[in-house]
Unconditional design. Structure first.
Length: 266
């Protein structure tokens, strides 16, 4: 099927964490038209039930696919992907790229054999994570911790607010306080918000810990799926929110830094 050159790539997240994915995608596809959708009214996903997240994500993406006819949708959110990716692929004909915890590269990097998984409360308990661990981390020790408090800290940092390392440490320290935590040398950042806090996390965990996240791999996957397609930007790239527009506009500088010059309410 021919794709109109102006057809956008739609990136969807519960908030602004997906900008870490957009940054990597831009390096490979600078000419691709983009719409960034943030479900700020539904934030945070990590404390919601699986049924609520699945219904919300599928409903919103269905509306947006009908409205903007994207050539590809990226669910740039680990929680939404691990819960709703299969459902969305069943109901939409649009190609869908999900975001899943980078357990495979972490298992290849670890020297001690102990890997940490920092995600939202919902992500760390998903069967999807069990499957990734069984497939890619056999013989390794995977410690999981739900650090949903880091989501709000990441959002605040992007707004230009000063973030205290002690707050980040408090939100994430439960990972290393588990039995075996002293051997931790590799941490998977299993939420797209968390790379926004990597400098603070590095200070909290120390220089001996390597952080891994999937943004680069997701960018490469998107580029592979749209390879050979033509791009034509007929209007500026923009971001939409389900929440209050005035609150969204406080992030205008951050969005502009990622080439999103228009802001609107969904």
């Amino acid at each position: 099927m021919d794709v109109p050159p102006s057809s956008p790539i739609l990136l969807f997240d519960s908030g602004v964490g997906g900008l870490t994915v957009l940054a990597e995608m831009r390096k490979l596809l600078p000419d691709a038209p983009v719409i960034y959708a943030a479900d700020m009214a539904g934030l945070p996903y990590g404390t919601k039930s699986e049924a609520e997240v699945a219904a919300r994500v599928a409903g919103l993406l269905g509306r947006m696919a009908e409205r903007w006819h994207p050539r590809l949708i990226c669910i740039a959110c680990n929680t939404a992907s691990t819960i709703a990716l299969g459902m969305v692929r069943e109901v939409l004909e649009t190609p869908i790229v999900g975001t899943v915890p980078a357990i495979k590269p972490a298992a290849e990097l670890t020297r001690t054999g102990t890997i940490g998984l920092l995600g939202t409360d919902s992500t760390v308990r998903q069967r999807y994570v069990d499957d990734l661990e069984r497939e890619f981390a056999q013989g390794k020790k995977l410690l999981r911790y739900g650090a949903s408090g880091l989501v709000a800290l990441g959002e605040a940092k992007l707004r230009g607010e000063e973030i205290c390392v002690d707050e980040v440490t408090k939100a994430a320290s439960g990972l290393v306080l588990q039995p075996g935590g002293e051997s931790l040398d590799t941490v998977v950042l299993a939420c797209t918000h968390f790379p926004l806090l990597e400098p603070e996390l590095r200070e909290a965990f120390g220089d001996d810990v390597t952080f891994v996240h999937g943004a680069q791999g997701i960018g490469r996957r998107i580029a592979h799926l749209v390879a050979g397609q033509e791009f034509e930007r007929t209007m500026p790239d923009f971001a939409v929110t389900t929440g209050p527009l005035d609150d969204f506009e406080r992030l205008a500088d951050a969005f502009a830094d990622h080439g999103l010059t228009g802001l609107a309410h969904l």
